[in-house]
Design a binder for this molecule. Sequence first.
Ligand code: NAD
Length: 384
Amino acid sequence: MTEHKIGIIMNGVTGRMGTNQHLIRSIKAIREQGGVLLKNEDTLIPDPILVGRNEKKLKALADAHGIERYSTDLEAALADDYNEIYFDSQTTVRRAESIKKAIAAGKHIYCEKPTATNLEGSVELARLAREAGVKNGVVQDKLFLPGLLKLKRLIDAGFFGEILSVRMEFGYWVFEGDWQKGQRPSWNYRKEDGGGIIVDMFAHWRYVIDNLFGNVKSVSCLGATHIPERVDENGERYKATADDAAYGTFELENGIIVQANSSWAVRVNRDDLLTIQVDGTEGSAVAGLRDCKVQHRVNTPKPTWNPDIENPFDFQTQWQEVPTNDVFDNGFKVQWELFLKHVVADEAFPWDLLEGGAKGTQLSDLGLKSWQERRWIDVPDIKL
Ligand SMILES: NC(=O)c1ccc[n+]([C@@H]2O[C@H](COP(=O)([O-])OP(=O)(O)OC[C@H]3O[C@@H](n4cnc5c(N)ncnc54)[C@H](O)[C@@H]3O)[C@@H](O)[C@H]2O)c1
């Protein structure tokens, strides 16, 4: 039983996702649990070097979490053979340039989604990584949410019979930043900085739909910028140039119809920030981030339309919880562990820069096009 260290360049780690999900909840947690156990009983300890622009911020973050290495010099970190993996959670517009440098330096690539802001950019990354023979993977965190894992279990068990349709409701009110601070970074609301809910969320919807329900055949999307002006982190008013809501419909190859509403301008009146309702011939389910409830055909009430009487049904109580039965670890951490095993032990990691990256960007590109041209658009195969 040997202990191996693996150097990981973490770029963009002072940001929201980088700090919370990737550093604290994943890499730090993996180090604290004693590393990743490989099949041959060896253990792998991730040894990150935090990379960014601001030395002060990097030092504070490194000190706070017991990380020894940090640097403002990406080129030097890439030139060091000890660092085998390059990870990127910078804002989306910055990602492609840095990943290209990392591929050229022979690093394995792991990164946040979307991999680029358009299809050409994300396909180029997938092609370059393939040509260079480096391993690569993209975050697909929603697949590892306990609620979605329960949903997957129901699908695999055949609970639904034939699945007819899926309704996904995502969103919450993101404050405008004037009378209360916005809870998301302001670049999300500026197209020129890689913002927009279609670019952001369609990257998720692609892998959620493909992995749970079937391949997307066609897309129709209506976007909107409901809040035209916001106030940024410095108290400056700015024009929201990106879409903050998207009303999408997807037709799958197997005939299932998926509707997805995504909005940062909606107040939550549902069980969770994301809910996915699946209706099938034998039963239905509604999954949230952690929970999932079901209604079988034999438990389905029989309402009739009659506004002249008080509603005799308490619909919300007519569903049954799917029990947890498993311990669900943080999804970002689970994916990091899978990717590390992929790099050092060649274990499977299906969500590479093509499957997990370019396909997501393709759907957002087509969603934007559908909105612009006010029409349905088919989703072609991607050729690298
Ligand atoms: N998987 C998910 O569920 C999920 C959720 C939110 C965001 N994201 C993605 O993660 C990425 C980061 O999002 P975030 O919310 O953490 O953003 P953020 O603004 O909090 O962090 C962005 C990071 O990029 C760095 N950065 C910004 N401009 C830079 C520049 N000019 N030069 C060098 N570094 C720069 C920042 O210092 C910071 O470290 C985005 O691509 C976003 O789409 C994914």
